[in-house]
Design a protein around this ligand. Structure first.
Ligand code: AMP
Length: 433
């Protein structure tokens, strides 16, 4: 679709901000969603982070708010609900950027930080509230905020809110907003609970979609390294060493696992922070800031802690553990190869996790290439750094590219190292983020 931001009908101050931020043209989700939101339609957007979806809903909302300014106190007109504190903060930051010169006010209400300041800010009058459901319900029960003037509700990362168990709270909150409102629902996947939420609370929504898993995966070099669980700590250390100066996100299934990997890397003198549900809001934010600034180049995260976080220039995503839910794999590897760049996703797969790998391959509709055929996995990591993406070949001793083998890497002694179903029987522990 070859449209410009001007074609989409956004107002002059927004166009100026976009040009200042070097946004040259709308992303596909923006080209589809912006006109629908401007026309006042409900929208269901199937899109992951990294597609430009925040601007897809934020820009037309800002345009509409700027159109009908109120004198004096700003009534709360837009509510954006997100699953995580980090995503809420990130969306609020985006609103600040995009709303320059529009005279609008927004704030974020999330748990883990004092409620008093949030109450004061709301009392002063705001146009847009970005919230996680729990803290918003607290504020409502204390009568610090009212939703009866809401014109637009955004449900961002709806599938993630479902995973965390926020669906009942979301339904309660929607009931507190006026029946006649605009509702925008964004989700990376469309499980039946989200489809039914949409049926119950949206009116004749325009459906926009850019969530083609394979399209996202195209720019990402994906590889799996089969290894015993005990080999993972050394493998991550070696991989970090092979990518000096590059941002790496490492996903673990559990909070404890995340802490252990961070500790191990720090012991080896490689700066790394872990983010997960047991860390305070301040700790998580500091870790993210350090990662963004590049003072720490490795971030270890559980799925829930990392979803929706937009961090540029992530060169490598490592699945230290395979996710229990295959779709999480897609979310995880989507942290790299953003905004047209290419990236590398390396999955450490123990024999017990092979079943999970097969489930992922079903979802992404392709096999994840095993890194090499000769049992020297780390050499393949080097061969597959982003600059080599597209070439994807592991040199053999005679200098010729190796034939690719799918899931049948050979372990020591020439035996298959985890590729066989016979060895993939055990069930990993449940995730806890
Ligand atoms: P999101 O999917 O909303 O997390 O956005 C991903 C990244 O793309 C963010 O860093 C945005 O600043 C950036 N972005 C969004 N829209 C555009 C655009 N039209 N042109 C360039 N960058 C964009």
């Amino acid at each position: 679709m070859n449209v410009s931001f001007t074609d989409l009908g956004l107002c002059a101050p927004i166009l100026k901000t976009l040009s200042n931020n070097k946004y040259e043209k709308p992303t596909p989700i923006q080209a589809q969603a912006i006109p629908a939101v401007l026309a006042g339609r409900d929208v269901v957007g199937l899109a992951q982070t990294g597609t430009g979806k925040t601007a897809a809903f934020t820009l037309p909302i800002l345009h509409r708010l700027a159109d009908g300014k109120y004198n004096g106190k700003h009534p709360l007109r837009v509510l954006i609900l997100t699953p995580t504190r980090e995503l809420a903060t990130q969306i609020n930051d985006a609103i600040w950027t995009y709303s320059r010169g529009l005279g609008l006010k927004s704030t974020v209400v999330i748990g883990g930080v004092p409620i008093k300041r949030q109450q004061r800010q709301i009392a002063q009058g705001i146009d847009i509230l970005v919230a996680t459901p729990g803290r918003l319900e607290d504020l409502i029960s204390q009568r610090s905020v009212s939703l009866d003037k809401i014109e637009t509700v955004v449900l961002d990362e709806a599938d993630q809110m479902l995973d965390i168990g926020f669906m009942p709270a979301i339904r309660r909150l929607l009931k507190l907003t006026p029946k006649k409102r605009q509702t925008l629902l964004f989700s990376a996947t469309m499980p039946k609970e989200i489809a039914s939420l949409s049926n119950d609370h949206l009116t004749d929504p325009v459906k926009v979609s850019v969530a083609q898993v394979s399209a996202t995966a195209d720019k990402i070099e994906q590889t799996v390294v089969h290894m015993d669980p005990g080999a993972k700590p050394t493998a991550i250390f070696k991989l970090a060493e092979k990518h000096p100066g590059k941002r790496i996100i490492v996903f673990t299934r559990t909070k404890r696992g995340a802490d252990k990997v961070a500790k191990r890397l720090n012991t080896e003198g490689i700066g790394a922070d872990a983010i997960h549900g047991n860390k305070s809001q301040g700790q998580r934010q500091r870790a993210l800031d350090a990662f963004r600034k590049g003072t720490k180049l490795i971030l270890i995260a559980t799925d829930i802690a990392a979803r929706g976080i937009d961090i540029p220039d992530v060169a490598v995503v490592v699945n230290y553990d395979l996710p229990n839910v295959p779709e999480s794999y897609v979310h995880r590897i989507g942290r790299t190869a953003r905004a047209g760049a290419s990236g590398l996703a390396v999955t450490f797969c123990s024999p017990e996790e092979v079943k999970l790998l097969r489930a992922i391959e079903k979802v992404i509709k392709m096999p994840v290439p095993a890194m090499n055929a000769d049992g020297s996995p780390m050499a393949a990591v080097v061969a597959n750094t982003p600059k080599n993406v597209g070439k994807r070949r592991t040199p053999t001793r005679d200098g010729k590219p190796a034939k690719r083998r799918w899931h049948k890497p050979r372990g020591e002694g020439g035996k298959p190292a985890g590729g066989s179903r016979r060895r993939g029987g055990g069930k990993p522990k449940a995730a806890s983020a």
